[in-house]
Ligand binder design. Structure first.
Ligand code: ADP
Ligand code: MG
Ligand code: MG
Ligand code: MG
Length: 662
């Protein structure tokens, strides 16, 4: 996660003195990147995923599943192995990279080299993911498993939830009542960041997730697992003084959020203009994909009434002071800040004519001096032409649904956009399906000049709806009525069943089919009748997930219909089409409700467990059985036809083979 420079980060009181320095030079460094690279163009499609794992230790004797705090050891064990490994040339899988993450029980893996636009590369995504999982698995102990699970159900619950055990009373950096210091990656960045977020805010972070009330859950619910009278940190007795709300699951540390796993995708664009277009187009897709991949209904030993991690992470790094949060009049601070530094995107950034100023309808505080510097493009320090550390420092501590990644200096890498809202899925079949769906959608967006703009305040509203229990089934989302541009520029329709009819001349899909997903699309001129000026409120409506993905009929083919239309431009073999169709079918069935989201499945697993007392509690035993089930599902040993297609055969199949270098 982000920049891991050598050196010692400063405590907040010290760091604060340098904040303006970092901002000043961060801006200079950005301007320098801009100067050198704004005209860079012609970069081919390259893209990649990031998958995060939790390492779970299964103790069959005590029926306890614990988080194994083994990140350092595993990375050490993986390093010499990945150094030695060579890939079987037939499989074309480069040696993957493993990264540390915030939680000391977490790992992140990325492909050894990014995927390209080749269709063969697209079809290698799943085996690449499976191969990485297998590699991780091979370096664990016999009773340890790597799971791709968004939130660990008993993190911070009473009893033993880490291996080895540590008492939460030692949590100096977070001052948490629930999670020990040792759940945090020991690299000095992480405890310092944890402590500095608390110090900057002026109190511990406070996350309150609504509890899922079951038949026997007491009302009001005053959480008996909160040590209300234990004064671990006399200067910080917050649970007692109102930080913990009744009827909620209270969490008080960065680890609850940053200790979650997710699935991220990064795409390289042809140039900065296309990157800005892509960034904007994917902003409204963020909450839709969050709801469709929802996978985290269990928190600190309880069932929550939400299905996703988002608000937990946002709250877990919310370092705004009371003044900045609007609870007190501004005195020490300059600005009211509407959101946490981890939240949905604040601003559309494309200069395309489609991006009307009305879409940026959220009030945004900004520093006029910095804005001026950016506009005037002031001359820059010499050092800032060789380093980007200060810029990366700012960039890597702002976590939004999309991240705009400028090219690193002196590298072959171009302008990139990262899609960050999705929850990680339990199987790599699902992870690959969503990755493939999004990369195809990204091509559809550019090649058909699709317009997904809705006011950004509506995207925020969708973010909040996306996290509600069963949102994919029960909630409607704001979505643009006419996604074609110029508006209704199509004369033929596509049905989501896959029968795409040829499109009319105003699109520029290539006439001959290609074996490659491309970058660098021709620019579309503004419509002849002038720039769009319809009232923005008439441009969107509320649609169900099924309608958004599978379409509303002729006038909107759904995101899948658009993807299928794009697919008609690719030259694919029959077995390749079958594989892609299997991914698209998963997306389709999630959206139409014939397959459950992981969140729904997980909640139902707990509620139908024989030991469940219908009191909202996820006991140690239920958690153990759930973790075993998750592992068995991934390996294809346990069949779950309400969650996965019946022909899912498990992660052991279809994996890249390895050969050792002699
Ligand atoms: P971060 O944690 O900062 O988001 P990572 O290094 O963990 O970054 O992941 C970067 C992702 O981008 C990986 O999936 C990698 O394969 C992919 N990637 C690498 N090079 C490129 C490139 N030139 N264009 C697009 N994606 C790339
Ligand atoms: Mg990560
Ligand atoms: Mg990463
Ligand atoms: Mg990332």
């Amino acid at each position: 996660m982000g920049l891991l420079s050598l050196g010692t980060p400063l405590p907040w009181d010290e760091a604060k003195k340098y904040a303006d320095h970092v901002r000043y030079h961060g801006i200079s460094q950005f301007l320098n990147i801009w100067d050198r690279l704004k005209d860079r163009t012609g970069d081919e499609l390259m893209w990649g995923d990031e998958i995060e794992y939790m390492i779970v230790n299964l103790d069959a004797q005590s029926k306890n599943a614990k988080l194994s705090l083994c990140q350092t050891e595993i990375l050490n064990r993986l390093r010499p192995t990945t150094d030695q490994l060579d890939t079987n040339t037939d499989e074309c899988i480069a040696i993957p990279t493993f990264h540390p993450e915030y939680g000391r029980y977490m790992l992140e893996s990325i492909p050894g080299s990014p995927y390209t636009g080749a269709i063969t590369s697209l079809l290698s995504v799943e085996s690449n993911m499976r191969y990485r999982r297998r590699l991780a698995r091979e370096h664990l102990k016999d009773n340890e498993i790597p799971i791709t699970f968004t939130s660990f159900p008993r993190l911070g619950a009473p009893g033993v939830f880490t291996e080895p055990y540590y008492d939460p009373s030692d949590a100096v950096s977070s001052q948490s009542l629930f999670v020990p210091e040792e759940i945090t990656n020991p690299h000095v960045r992480f405890p310092t960041l944890t402590a500095n977020i608390r110090r900057r805010r002026g109190s511990k972070v406070a996350i309150n997730l609504p509890l899922y009330f079951d038949e026997n859950t007491p009302r009001p619910f005053i959480d008996p697992t909160i040590p209300w009278d234990r004064n671990l940190y006399p200067e910080d007795p917050e649970a007692k003084n109102g930080a913990a709300l009744p009827d909620h699951i209270y969490m008080d540390a960065m680890g609850f959020g940053m200790g979650c796993c997710c699935l991220q995708l990064t795409f390289q664009s042809c140039n900065v203009d296309e990157a800005r277009r892509m960034y904007d187009a994917l902003i409204p897709i963020g909450p839709i994909m969050l709801a469709l991949t929802a996978a985290s209904p269990l928190w600190r030993g309880y069932i929550a009434d939400v299905d996703c991690r988002w608000n937990v992470i946002a709250g877990s790094v919310d370092d705004r002071t009371e003044e900045e949060r609007g609870l007190k009049p501004l005195k020490e601070n300059k600005f009211r800040i509407p959101k946490s530094r981890y939240d949905s995107v604040d601003l559309y950034i494309s200069e395309h004519w489609m991006n009307r100023p009305e879409y940026n309808d959220n009030p945004l505080p900004f520093d006029p001096a910095i804005y001026d510097r950016l506009r005037k493009h002031e001359l820059i320090d010499q050092d800032d032409t060789t380093s980007t550390d200060h810029f990366e420092n700012i960039q890597s501590t702002n976590w939004q649904t999309l991240r705009f990644k400028p090219p690193p200096l002196n590298s072959s890498i171009g302008w990139r956009v990262e899609f960050r809202s999705m929850e990680v899925q339990m199987t790599d079949f699902e992870n690959a399906a969503f990755a493939v769906f999004i990369v195809l959608l990204s091509r559809a967006i550019m090649s058909m000049n699709l317009n997904f703009y809705v006011p950004i305040s509506k995207v925020d509203e969708n973010m909040s709806r996306a996290q509600k229990r069963n949102a994919a089934r029960d909630t409607k989302f704001f979505f643009r009525k006419d996604v074609f541009s110029p508006p209704s520029s199509r004369t033929t329709s596509v049905t989501s069943s896959g029968a795409a009819s040829p499109i009319d001349g105003s699109h520029t899909l290539p006439h001959h089919k290609e074996r490659k997903l491309r970058n660098c699309f021709p620019a579309f001129p503004p419509p002849e009748e002038g720039w769009p000026n319809e009232c923005v409120q008439n441009e969107y409506e509320e649609l169900t997930m099924d309608e958004i993905i599978n379409g509303t009929g002729a006038q909107f083919p759904g995101l899948l219909g658009l993807v299928r239309e794009y697919l008609t431009t690719l030259d694919m073999e029959e077995d390749e089409i079958r594989k892609i169709e299997a991914y698209l079918d998963l997306v389709k069935r999630r959206a139409n409700g014939t397959l459950k989201t992981p969140a729904t499945w997980i909640r139902e697993f707990v509620r139908s467990h024989p030991a469940y007392k219908f009191d909202s509690v996820v006991s140690q035993e239920i958690n153990y059985d759930l973790m075993v089930a998750v592992d068995e599902i991934e390996r294809g040993i346990r069949r779950v036809p309400d969650l996965l297609p019946t022909d899912y055969t498990g992660g052991a199949h279809d994996q890249g083979t390895l050969t050792k270098k002699s």
